[in-house]
Design a protein around this ligand. Sequence first.
Ligand code: MG
Length: 248
Amino acid sequence: MMIKTPAEVNQIKQSCQILARVMTELKSMVRPGLSTAELNQAAEDLIAQAGAEPSFKNYNGFPAALCTSVNEVIVHGPPTDYQLQSGDIVSLDLGAFYQGFHSDMAITVPVGSIDGQSERLIYVTEEALMRGIEAVKPGGYLGDIGQAISEYVWQQGFDVVRELCGHGIGRSVHEEPDVLNFGRSGQGLMLKPGLVICLEPMVTIGRAQIKLAADGLSYVSQDGSRSAHFEHTVAVTEEGVDILTQMS
Ligand code: MG
């Protein structure tokens, strides 16, 4: 069901708050020399300690809990022995399953000191997510979200990935509706209280043409330019929007 009851929204929020705490911890661990496999192990341990399970492990063949997408990798990077280096950017995408309900969020984190354009990429991608969230209100439309995100990204001279999108969430990690990162205001599904969706802009410095990498899991930019990814799970409320995965 696309529209959740208040009790269901509350349960999704509990899952989301576990996830936000885990993500805060993972963010603080990122440093040069740490491998992405070590980050994944920490994610698995922290989720288990919270009494939850990882949503993505073994989902569509993904081998781990945490997606670790470095530099030109856009999403779905599997953890490896690769040790993060100063100057890298790494996107962490994680889902939790707690008492029957999923949560999903992503952040992009700088490793050590990064160049100015990468810094701006991270800033613009997070701001694009926030502008998308600001467009979420009862009586609004999915197209309002897509337009707010894409218009802002293009104004900043970056590009937004169109082959991948956000989604509904609840008892399954990916539910209806698709939440596109482009579109036209006033078009698409009307937003109603109880709709719980994941907004997740993926932004590239160059053109947002994507391809599957040799590992068969990662999506990378065709031109090799860097990419960032931010995601929140949000609920449409009577008043507007509640960011369920808000990091405190
Ligand atoms: Mg997602």
